[in-house]
Ligand binder design. Structure first.
Ligand SMILES: [Zn+2]
Length: 91
């Protein structure tokens, strides 16, 4: 009888842990990712460092080239990590 109670308690804890990790672990992982990455990050969506340009003008020249090549709006932004200018998708 005691074994059954212990077993039920263990299953209950397991369910709670799975529920908790699915709800909070999953969400915090998404939040952390968006905080670290996002549209103005130093790395690409593949996690590699982006090309940096020393000036806004240089980045805009490449942004125009990329926008024409891909047909997608590109934006330039100054990076908080390396203080250079990057080209990113967006408008
Ligand atoms: Zn950077």
């Amino acid at each position: 009888m005691v074994t059954v109670v212990v077993l039920l308690a263990a299953v209950g804890i397991l369910v709670l842990v799975f529920y908790w990790s699915g709800r909070y672990g999953g969400r915090s992982k998404v939040t952390g990712t968006s905080l670290r990455r996002g549209p103005r990050s130093h790395t690409t969506s593949r996690g590699r460092p982006k090309v940096g340009y020393p000036t806004r003008e240089a980045a805009e020249v490449h942004a125009r080239l990329l926008a024409r090549r891909d047909g997608a709006p590109m934006n330039v932004y100054q990076c908080a990590d390396c203080a250079q200018w990057h080209v990113g998708h967006g408008r």
